[in-house]
Design a protein around this ligand. Structure first.
Ligand code: IDP
Ligand code: MG
Length: 139
């Protein structure tokens, strides 16, 4: 069982296609509550820093370009077993492999432009939340 909080971003493709509301509705229906949220845009430098762990991967340059290409929604979410349950809600990285009814299956365009981010561990949820929010912005 993971902890009570996770971090998410609604990525530029899903913002551009007008799906912020639909995705937030799915997150809410799945039992997550929002502890902090903002509409923002990553600079190229901040996108590089956020995804630094992927710096050696062949898709890193494209990922940074995409994630800094337009606005995103960043949010800290709360629910029991948050990290694991949110990864289940969003589905596999590649929408072609994602389970029916998951956010990525419904809204992602491709493995790269895949609608949402979800932290992969409690430790990264904390690091990623603190990347986007000051402590006094979190309920
Ligand atoms: P995750 O978002 O499901 O945790 P990661 O492997 O952590 O997936 O990759 C981070 C992000 O990098 C993905 O969400 C996706 O946007 C992009 N990405 C991952 N693998 C590929 C790939 O093979 N081609 C293009 N983009 C990729
Ligand atoms: Mg990941």
């Amino acid at each position: 069982m993971s902890g009570k909080r996770t971090f998410t971003m609604i990525k530029p493709d899903a913002v551009e296609s007008g799906n912020i509301g639909n995705i937030l509705q799915m997150i809410s229906n799945a039992g997550f509550s929002i502890k902090a949220m903002k509409f923002t845009q990553l600079s190229e430098e901040r996108a590089k820093a956020f995804y630094a762990v992927h710096a050696e991967r062949p898709f890193y340059g494209k990922l940074v370009d995409y994630m800094s290409s337009g606005p995103i929604v960043a949010a800290i979410l709360e629910k029991d077993n948050a990290v694991e349950d949110f990864r289940t809600l969003i589905g596999s990285t590649d929408p072609a492999e994602a389970a029916e009814g998951t956010i990525r299956k419904i809204y992602a365009e491709s493995k790269g432009r895949n609608a949402v981010h979800g932290s992969d561990s409690d430790e990264n949820a904390k690091i990623e939340g603190e990347f986007h929010f000051y402590a006094n912005e979190v309920i």
